[in-house]
Ligand binder design. Structure first.
Ligand code: PEP
Ligand code: MG
Length: 328
């Protein structure tokens, strides 16, 4: 099978009825970059910048960050990269964060993490934004913010970038040709504010790992709960459909960057819900490209619409049976 996927490396993932699905990969290290060419993914849909912070014993200096981001963009060539600003805190605690800043948290996943830290400790975000803007000089910079819970948090984060951009321009430094701002949807509350937020976004990426943990109130790392709730449940799928519907008629690039998109039936379901961009674990890129080529979008969209209106006893069984009947 590996050989078969290798053959698919240079094949564009079009569905049977001609819809181009964008299949990107998730990454977080310089060492992940050769995988982009090996898998033939369309780009990096989620670059988790916190990895650099987690493997370091001191706060990575701006220069060091800049080198990483530049290397990543160089390695990607003309393929797009979406950098996610640091998602630290909670269980990904940094030893060098100021001691008095860190309080014991009973629910770290819902605690002081990600953009919440970045907006409170502006120095962190200023350094990261400068490093990203300088690294992408003369190219496109796509940046996305994690754990946005209310639209003002997106605005505040973007403002930090815009201020740094202004600072660079005033000093006649080379800046990116274009900066695209996007945000992750992983906090359910944000889904209720999309009418307000979407006009300001270039792209929106649904983080199904955190989103499902918050929708089901079930710790994503809890071993006893790992099998208990299913991504292919009416609650999750209806929720994802509402998000997709909110983007219709807008110029916005909608995708999913959680682990869900890397699984066969889940990817089929997402395409049936109207999602056209998946960013997934590198090992899944080949298998998902192969799957895409077997899908008839119109058929799965209509099946999905029926299941959402009248959920079957098991969404997973129905999808699985449908996949067999349609030779997927
Ligand atoms: C997610 O939450 O779905 C996501 C992609 O981000 P992470 O797994 O890094 O929390
Ligand atoms: Mg997340």
């Amino acid at each position: 099978r590996q050989a078969a996927y290798a053959k698919l490396r240079d094949v564009e993932p079009f569905t049977r009825d001609g819809t181009r699905i964008t299949v990107m990969m998730n990454a977080g290290l310089r060492d992940d970059m050769p995988t982009l060419a090996l898998t033939g993914a369309d780009g990096i849909g989620l670059f988790r910048t916190e990895f650099q912070f987690l493997v370091s014993s001191t706060l990575p200096a701006r220069e060091r960050q800049l080198r990483l981001y530049r290397d990543v963009l160089d390695a990607a060539g003309n393929k797009p990269v979406i950098f996610r600003t640091v998602d630290i805190g909670g269980d990904k605690a940094l030893p060098y964060l100021h001691h008095e800043d860190v309080v014991a948290e009973e629910n770290p996943a819902m605690g002081w993490r990600a953009l919440r830290i970045a907006l409170d400790r502006e120095g962190l975000m200023k350094a990261q934004s400068r490093a990203l803007l300088e690294a992408a000089a003369g190219r496109t910079l796509s940046v996305m913010f994690p754990m946005v819970s209310e639209p003002w948090e997106f605005d505040a984060a973007r403002e930090i970038f815009e201020n740094q951009l202004k600072w660079l321009r005033e000093r006649r430094k080379k800046v990116p040709d274009e900066v695209r701002y996007g945000c992750m949807l992983e906090v359910p509350a944000l889904a209720e504010c999309l009418d307000d937020l979407i006009p300001r976004l270039s792209f929106l990426s649904v983080g199904t790992n955190d989103l499902t943990q918050f929708l089901f109130a079930a710790d994503r790392a809890h071993p006893r709960l790992a099998e208990r709730y299913d991504w292919l449940s009416p609650a999750i799928l209806r929720f994802l459909k509402r998000i997709q519907l909110a983007t219709v008629g807008h110029q916005i690039d909608l995708g999913v960057c959680g682990e869900m998109g890397g699984r066969r039936l889940e990817a089929l379901a997402l395409i049936g819900l109207g999602y056209r961009r998946l960013s997934i674990t590198p090992a899944a890129v080949g298998p998902i490209k192969e799957l895409v080529r077997r899908i008839d979008v119109a058929a799965i969209e209509s099946a999905m619409a029926q299941w959402l209106a009248n959920p079957p006893a098991s969404m997973r069984d129905s999808l699985s049976q449908w996949a067999v009947e349609h030779e997927i």
